[in-house]
Write a protein that binds this ligand. Structure first.
Ligand code: ATP
Length: 380
């Protein structure tokens, strides 16, 4: 199927994605104090890529998205969208209505008093009078995008009469109807029931791959980020702290912040004893360990072991070599049980699929898969 963003474009056109450099955004709060929301943000999203902005509440993700959309004017920096300069050195060059971007908002923000076709037509009917397409052209574009998104049969339906998946298609059709090649998503799935969310996520990813638009997607949900992204950008206090593939971010975090925020890990302080090729020797409270790690690390670092990379057995029956420990707490969490185990001076979080290894006070033997561990640079 041809991508909707090509509806009004030459299919041979090379599209340029989004480029942000040196972006800085300072707000003034109610007492006129400065709030720095973004600092020195550089971002390159190639055309057709799915980029997820990930980070805790207040880290600046929405502000970055809104600057790209033109809903905020940055204090400094440059933004190029689809090859067009939108902001140059902090000066707005393209107003929001002239930027080739569509937006999909939280819970889709569709108009309940309009039917599907009217919702999708909305962006074409709100620009300056002279710039709006004629009615017949609006109808043609809406029909075309509804056909492409396979919801043409729903054109007359009210929004309240649609399933979650159908609403998502309407929101995407509305974002793409003006021929935009870039779609910005502001936590669209965050208010949606967990089970439905998984299906909608899969459908969204399939549509993005099929139609080839550039996606920039804000979330604080790491699972959503890992599943959807080609590139994840992790923000903290207005700065980008790591950019990489989902595999980079999950398996090879480069700071305590990223290791802590993505996945559930034990982070254990260590002193670097040796470094060879891609392995690091670390002295830790567990003794000496040799595990994978990045080059140029030290003199101190953190041993990262995922909770699910540990094994556990009762002390009296264990045939394996490991550290002796005592269970402090045990929580059944469905697919696995979480044990908090005291090993010497450390408390280690362990996820095991068996619940019967003992409750608080039980003696256990435990260990982790050294090849699955990772050394994280200290600080940050
Ligand atoms: N209009 C504004 N005026 C003053 N401060 C603002 C304004 N908008 C955002 N901020 C501040 O900028 C910082 C970044 O906010 P932003 O909404 O971008 O974070 P976020 O990562 O999207 O958070 P959340 O996930 O909670 O939406 C926060 O400290 C926030 O309080």
């Amino acid at each position: 199927m041809q991508a909707p963003d090509l509806l009004h474009r030459n299919p041979g056109t090379v599209q340029a994605g989004v480029r942000v450099s040196g972006l800085h955004m300072v707000f003034r709060d109610a007492k006129h104090a400065e709030v720095t929301a973004l600092q020195e943000v550089d971002l390159e999203v190639p055309a057709g890529q799915f980029c997820v902005l990930l980070g805790p509440s207040g880290c600046g993700k929405t502000t970055l998205l809104r600057c790209i959309a033109g809903l905020e004017s940055p204090t400094a920096g440059t933004i190029l969208v689809d090859g067009q300069t939108a902001v140059l050195d902090g000066r707005v060059v393209l107003e929001t209505q002239n930027r080739p971007v569509g937006m999909v908002f939280q819970s889709y923000a569709l108009w309940p008093h309009m039917n599907v076709a009217q919702n999708v037509a909305y962006p074409l009917t709100t620009g300056p009078r002279g710039a709006r397409p004629a009615k017949a052209e609006v109808q043609r574009r809406v029909a075309e995008v509804l056909e492409k998104t396979r919801i043409a049969h729903l054109a007359e339906r009210r929004i309240g009469q649609l399933s979650g998946g159908q609403q998502q298609r309407v929101a995407l059709a509305r974002a793409l109807v003006a021929g935009n090649s870039v779609v910005l998503f502001d936590e669209p799935l965050s208010n949606i029931d967990a089970k439905i969310r998984e299906n909608l996520r899969a459908e969204l990813k399939a549509m993005q791959e099929e139609w080839g638009f550039t996606a920039i997607y804000v979330t604080h949900d790491q699972v959503e980020a890992l599943d959807l992204a080609d590139q994840i950008v992790v923000l903290d206090h207005g700065r980008i702290v790591q950019t990489g593939t989902p595999q980079d971010i999950y398996f090879r975090p480069m700071s305590r912040h990223v290791a802590d925020f993505v996945g559930t890990s034990n982070l254990i302080a260590g002193t670097v004893l040796s470094q060879a090729a891609d392995r690091v020797g670390l002295q830790t409270a567990l003794g000496r360990v040799d595990v994978p790690g990045p080059p140029g690390i030290g003199p101190t670092a953190l041993l990262m072991t995922r909770a699910n990379d540990w094994w556990l057995q009762p002390q009296d029956t264990s045939a394996r070599d490991g550290w002796k420990g005592v269970v402090k707490a045990r929580h059944l969490l469905g697919a696995y049980t979480e044990y908090l185990v005291e090993v010497g001076e450390l408390t280690v979080r362990i996820w095991d699929r068996y619940h019967e290894w003992g409750g608080p006070g039980a003696g256990v033997v435990t260990g982790f898969d050294a090849d699955a561990a990772w050394v994280v640079p200290d600080g940050g």
